[in-house]
Design a protein around this ligand. Sequence first.
Ligand SMILES: Cc1cc2nc3c(=O)[nH]c(=O)nc-3n(C[C@H](O)[C@H](O)[C@H](O)COP(=O)(O)O)c2cc1C
Ligand code: SF4
Ligand code: FES
Length: 554
Amino acid sequence: MLNIKNKKFYPKGRDTRDSDVLEIKELIDHLPLKRDMLIEFLHLIQDKYNQIRKKHLAALATLLKIPMAEAFEVATFYAHFDVIEDEDKSLPPTTIRVCDSLTCELFGAKDLMKKLNSKLDKNKVRVIRAPCMGLCDKAPACEVGHNHLEKFSLKDVENALLKNEVHPKEIGGISFEEYIANDGYKILTKCYEGKISVEEVIDELDKSGLKGMGGAGFPSGQKWKFVRMEKAPRLMTINGDEGEPGTFKDKLYLETNMHKFFEGMLIAAWAVEAKKIYIYMRDEYPGIIKKMKKELNKLQNSKIIGNEIKIYLRRGAGAYICGEESAMIESIEGKRGLPRHKPPFVSKIGLFGKPTLNHNIETVYWVRDILEKGHKWYSNQGKNGHKGPHSYSVSGRVKEPGVKLAPAGITMNELLNEYCGGMQDGHNFFGYLPGGASGGILPAEKADIPLDFGSLEKHGCFIGSGAIVVFSHKDSIKSVVLNLLKFFNDESCGQCTPCRVGTEKAVKLLEKNIWDEKLLRELVDTMSESSICGLGQAAGNPITCSLNYFKDRL
Ligand SMILES: Cc1cc2nc3c(=O)[nH]c(=O)nc-3n(C[C@H](O)[C@H](O)[C@H](O)COP(=O)(O)O)c2cc1C
Ligand code: SF4
Ligand code: FES
């Protein structure tokens, strides 16, 4: 055994070989040996060996002085870790993940998956299904290794494999130098120099009406005030998980102007006096992660921010539930992403038990503009009594899908005709998802409702992260609902019975030719009333909406 200083320690659950421990030690040696780094270490193992053999997991557990069971439960929770037995055959060198979330399914993902499975050599590639990759406006999408292919065909995949194009594509966008040349970080510097007070900043945010863009729509200024009321030290987290099927707005803002996001994030951290910021990025955006590391490095070496501010970048590992803020915090702590019971809210007891300001990427992205151009610049962009611009990620049967920055409160009819070029030829507008998988489904007759927080609720829906998926008379509503429930069933963390068993049961009931309405409604009520978090509470929305609005098509 290795000579481990703490004599009381012994590797519970499994013996380890010195050579394995040394191998893993070498691999992770450049990072601090801390328990909360577990997921980062698992990534290093998965990246290097293309799988995680149990001997390596045991070696990691030994180094971290945690039971093997703890390392195992974390590694097997996340879809991007492949834990295998020591004696198992190695996995094929390349993994192809085919998105089978709603928009990609509408554009033929199932057929493509079948084709790939039958045509490709199983010894060389492994084809698996995966949830939304944020490429819904270019559906169908897949990932060959870490290379994302848009509107792909079998030929595209074969070509990528032939040329060994398995790495993420370069991300463009404004660089640190360009950002600085355009008055970048000036507002932050004003804050640091005391030329503008925290109270003034919060007041501007309050008046602008900036709300949380991660889905809940909580007023941002209010949130900063709540966190400031808690005892220091306080922390900040950034939610870059963007997992709601149909959402790709954070991706766009990171790809085009990452530093505007950094500046807003740093102003928020300054306002709540958080010295440590943890950015949690979804693993599905490898190109962005790569660029973010580079740009963060430049920023941290630039002296714009003091040495006392530390920014940590953490990589998710393929679990939608880690977008729920308390699950994300668990994940940053190196655990399974199980949502916590609330209260206490994360603003009181958050990361590492400290009061935490958590924000979605887009929310803080707007902070610089609001402070530079004034609250009215932001609030005046709304319509129908709503404030601000809203980033709608639009996909599905529209002519021009993409992120549409439109007035908050715009209706679906307006968005479709004025921003998306109308419906694709041969498709009649039949219905839409106003808020991704969780936000319910509405028929075309209800396309005159303002698309914003607070206006869709009376119709049993919500805007969430603004993921609009449009479908037509050629699409089957039953297949739409089944696709969404399969997603929730896959992504339920399994912590509470109504959601774990309920989503599974719902899929079975929806797969039947004739739906049992009474039983389905009962199941949805149970899930929404007794699930711990938003996933289970909202998972039944597509069922209820389809029963309420599309009965003649079921
Ligand atoms: C199941 C579930 C998934 C979520 N996924 C995300 C996500 O991917 N990104 C995000 O910013 N917020 C997500 N949220 C919302 C977060 O819990 C939280 O409200 C948000 O990060 C707060 O930041 P904001 O105030 O800036 O919106 C999710 C919530 C639930 C219940
Ligand atoms: S509702 Fe679902 S996802 Fe949320 S805690 Fe319960 S089992 Fe986990
Ligand atoms: S990338 Fe396939 S649905 Fe979003």
